[in-house]
Design a protein around this ligand. Structure first.
Ligand code: UTP
Length: 397
């Protein structure tokens, strides 16, 4: 079908109004490549399967098996079997910093950048295992150049440059509430990062992995948790020995209503459900010892088996449709920054990969030692709260 016919079929002919000659062909080609059926989706409260609790490897069990987990984990890391994947393609709108979130300085008496603290955490493991773990950094079109430049300017924070690879995640367009594709300028769609669930397909497309044939596990983690252990030998060893295709670091919920995604089983498969998807009864349910049955929240630090990811690469990860405030070009050609939500963005989420993986080891970590996310300007999960936890763990600020 001709692109004009496609646009007519999906009610998108406004994209051709006032289209300049320059760049016209490229724009039409990019329009021809879009998945218009996907763009027709609207937010839905996805039907959940039957939810039941999942067994978690507790701190007590981890400490008991420590020597063995550590031995297996260290051997895997030393053998180049583990790569770290830093998800840094997000826009960090809640924190509202200019530029990449990882470039934010959280120091007090000295500069300490979020990226730097993460690299310090990774370097500690590398030192103990005697190798540098390959580090793949996912950026987006919006922050790729600034992120690379930031690493360069800071000498890769003491990490060998050849072990750090950057890759850009895919982008998806946005639509208004009538389903019309939004433009940033004539001949230019509004595009935004497609969520953190697309990391593996985006990484595959770059061919970077061909240079790392030994890698069997990916430790995928968020940019904003400055306390997390990366390529943690204990976690790696326990996951390998469990025989599961994935592992998820989890923390015990502070109270039944805490707003975190909870790891559980859905129709017998590991799955993450959002706090609002649990009924009050489920959120408060306890076992005989008084432990919450749905009491473990995910902290966005996962291990995935490469072999399993290759197997499921053809399976479609769900796309979530989210209402957002999206700056756009109106019919008269004025650029508008809306004050209220005006359209939908389309995003994939990494937590859906856990379900696709089919098996997962929930691995309990001590919150005060490994969870200090920086999401907000102030209050909970802010620079302030992360500083308190960093100091508690002996990091000089
Ligand atoms: P968040 O869900 O906290 O999103 O991302 P965000 O964009 O960083 O922040 P807000 O919601 O706009 O305030 C969790 C992790 O996933 C990464 C982020 O960089 C962060 O490490 N992410 C998110 C991506 O890499 N790409 C995306 O498209 C979205």
């Amino acid at each position: 079908m001709d692109i004009r016919e496609i646009l007519a079929k999906y009610g998108q002919t406004h994209l051709l109004d006032g289209l300049p000659e320059e760049g016209r062909e490229d724009f039409l080609r990019s329009l021809a490549a879009l998945d218009y059926e996907l763009l027709r989706r609207r937010p839905e409260r996805g039907e959940r399967g039957e939810i039941s609790p999942i067994r978690c490897m507790t701190q007590w069990e981890i400490q008991r098996g420590r020597a063995e987990y550590e031995r297996v984990g260290r051997a895997a890391i030393a053998g180049g079997k583990v790569a770290a994947v830093l998800l840094a393609g997000g826009q960090g709108t809640r924190l509202g910093a200019d530029g990449p979130k990882g470039a934010v300085d959280i120091g007090i008496t000295r500069p300490l950048y979020i990226f730097e603290q993460l690299l310090e955490n990774l370097k500690a493991v590398c030192k103990a295992c005697g190798v540098f773990v390959p580090l793949f950094v996912m950026t987006s079109d919006k922050n790729d150049g600034t992120t690379r430049a930031f690493f360069r300017e800071h000498g890769y924070f003491g990490y060998p440059e050849e072990m750090v690879r950057f890759f850009v995640q895919d982008m998806l367009p946005s639509v208004d509430f009538d389903g019309k594709l939004l433009l940033e300028a004539r001949g230019k769609l509004v595009l935004s990062p497609n969520g953190n669930g697309g990391w593996y397909s985006s990484l595959m497309r770059t061919g970077i992995l061909e240079g790392f044939p030994a890698v069997e596990w990916f430790n995928v983690f968020a940019v904003d948790n400055v306390l997390q252990r990366i390529a943690d030998p204990l976690f790696v060893g326990a996951t390998i020995l469990s025989g599961c295709a994935s592992g998820a670091k989890v923390v015990r919920k502070t109270d039944p209503a805490e707003r975190v995604g909870v790891l559980c089983l859905e129709d017998g498969r590991p799955s993450v459900v959002e706090y609002y998807e649990l009924s009050e009864e489920m959120a408060n349910a306890r076992d005989g010892d008084g432990t919450l049955l749905y009491g473990y929240g995910v902290i966005l630090n996962y291990l995935f088996s490469r072999a399993r990811l290759e197997e499921i690469a053809g399976e479609k990860i769900p796309v979530h449709v989210v209402k957002k405030k999206i700056p756009y070009l109106d019919k008269l050609g004025n650029f508008v920054i809306p004050e209220t939500e005006n359209g939908y963005k389309f995003e994939t989420l990494i937590l859906d990969t856990v379900r696709l993986a089919g098996s997962c080891l929930p691995f309990e970590v001590v919150r005060e030692r490994e969870f200090a996310p920086i999401k907000n300007k102030e209050g909970t999960d802010s620079i302030e709260s992360a500083r308190i936890l960093l100091k508690y763990n002996g990091v000089e600020l």
